[in-house]
Write a protein that binds this ligand. Structure first.
Ligand SMILES: *Cc1c(COP(=O)(O)O)cnc(C)c1O
Length: 465
């Protein structure tokens, strides 16, 4: 069996990498000077790099490796399916066993009447599918003018042109523009934007921006609202308790389709199978990817409720949309095995009753650190806000992200992967993390915060804006 093994020195790999490999969301020239960190192996929650360092992956890759790295049972399923049927498409009235079995399993796990799955290769693609689905739904209902989709600033829905337009990340919009028919409202980010308001009142106020936007666009022009139950890439922003019930009420009132982007929150991350269950959301469509296959194969999709599915399926026309790799048999077989592991090993229970409770106490205790203002943790999705003044919830005087980046650098040096979003530090470790591994995570996080704090202090960077 041929394998891509690491037989080159790190420096040579880095030189080849910068010569030929353009990285996502990266200033490549700056990276070329420094050289990328090269990861060679993974097992459980641990990564090994080309220098032999053992790194605790506090981000499960990109929020995806939920069952942990290096599972032989998944590798075997991939090998077997590759031999049996490596590829066939699901166009032209054709199907195959892995796509059928995976769709049935997803429908079994998804709440309510979310019974139909349209497959994509990623979360971004699935959200592009959703744009077509909701617009096609309203066409089939005889209201083709209902096509505006409302989303949130600082939401993330992928980086294709459609997904990037739904997302509210201005730096993404700035590189290539956006599609028409998308409107944005504010985010329910109490720590940074709530001022003197009680958190629950702020949650209501932010949800009511949706109603104001609906009235501005005209209720009969709005197709759907899309949101992540918890904003992930935006900084693990956990909305106030009042937020989602009010969003749901407004969507119901105006008959607007509700899309829950569960790419991160789906499949156990929040301590339930879906974040919608954690927050009491009843979506018409869910976006899924990442944890669907634990990142072992690229696959995503849309889970669609009976009403939306039936309307499109009975419209008397094809749904003119699909990807070569929609329901790819190897990816589907891998995802199915991943979900079976989640069930057999009761991983969602482990998140809720073991890992979350054990981490929660330690995570909250980080607020005793002089640099940490608040700590949030839902299931195994957490964030801490770095601040020079806790009482005032003040931002730093330095450019936003400066302190976060410096803290991430300390984490890197201490062999812990923790990401920063602005001056928030975030984690989403593999769901199989054990209490002993959580101890290591907290120990390394604390050391990194201490070092970051000491550096900021000696350079006089602990000033509030
Ligand atoms: C990662 C992510 C996406 C995009 O998924 P890709 O597989 O990277 O295309 C969409 N929505 C959310 C909430 C995400 O976190």
């Amino acid at each position: 069996m041929s394998q891509i093994t690491n037989h080159l020195p790190t420096k040579e790999l880095q030189a080849l990498d910068s010569a030929h490999h353009m990285h996502p969301f990266t200033e490549d020239a700056a990276l070329a000077k420094k050289g990328a960190r090269i990861i060679t192996r993974g097992k459980g929650v641990w990564l090994t790099d080309s220098e032999g360092q053992q790194i605790l992956d506090g981000m499960a890759g990109l929020w995806c490796v939920n069952v942990g790295y290096g599972r032989k049972d998944i590798a075997e399923v991939a090998a077997r399916q590759t031999e049996e049927l490596c590829y066939y498409n699901t166009f032209f009235q054709t199907s195959h066993v892995p796509a059928i079995a995976l769709a049935a399993k997803i429908a079994e796990l998804a709440p309510g009447d979310l019974n139909h799955v349209f497959f994509a290769g990623s979360g971004s693609e699935a959200n592009d599918t959703n744009i077509r689905l909701v617009r096609r739904y309203w066409q089939a209902k005889g209201k083709p003018w209902r096509r505006t989709i409302i989303a949130r600033w600082n939401g993330y829905h992928g980086s294709t042109l459609g997904g990037g337009s739904l997302g509210g990340m201005k730096p993404i919009h700035a590189h290539g523009g956006t599609i028409d028919g998308v409107a944005h409202i504010g985010q329910p980010y109490w720590w940074a934007e709530g001022g003197d308001m009680p958190e629950d009142d702020f949650g209501l106020m932010k949800a009511q921006e949706l109603e104001a936007k609906i009235l501005e666009v005209g209720p009969d022009n709005v197709a759907a609202f899309i949101g992540e139950p918890i904003q992930g890439a935006g900084g693990v922003i956990v909305p106030p308790k009042t937020y989602w019930t009010e969003i749901q009420r407004i969507c119901d009132k105006y008959g607007i389709l509700l899309i829950a982007d569960e790419v991160i929150t789906g499949f156990g991350r929040t301590g339930d199978w879906f974040g919608s269950q954690t927050f009491g959301i009843k979506p018409h469509i869910m976006t899924i990817a990442k944890g669907l296959s634990s990142g072992y194969a690229p696959i995503g999709g849309s889970i669609i409720c009976d009403e939306v599915y039936n309307t499109i399926a009975n419209s008397g026309d094809d749904f003119n949309h699909g990807y070569t790799y929609s329901g790819h048999p190897v990816a589907a077989a891998v995802a199915l095995k991943n979900l079976e592991i989640m069930q057999d090993e009761k991983i969602v229970d482990h998140v809720k009753n073991v890992a979350h409770s054990y981490l929660k106490e330690r995570w909250d205790a980080l607020t005793d650190h002089p640099l940490v203002g608040e700590a949030k943790l839902v299931g195994l999705m957490g964030s801490i806000a770095l601040t020079p003044n806790k009482a005032k919830r003040a931002p730093f005087a330095s450019k936003p992200g400066t302190v976060g980046f410096r803290t991430r650098e300390r984490c890197f040096a201490n062999n812990l992967i923790m990401r920063h979003v602005g001056d928030r530090m975030i984690i989403a470790p593999p769901l199989v993390i054990t209490p002993a591994e959580i101890d290591v995570l907290i120990e390394r996080a604390t050391k990194s915060l201490d070092e970051s704090y000491a550096g900021l202090k000696s350079e006089g960077l602990l000033k509030a804006a």
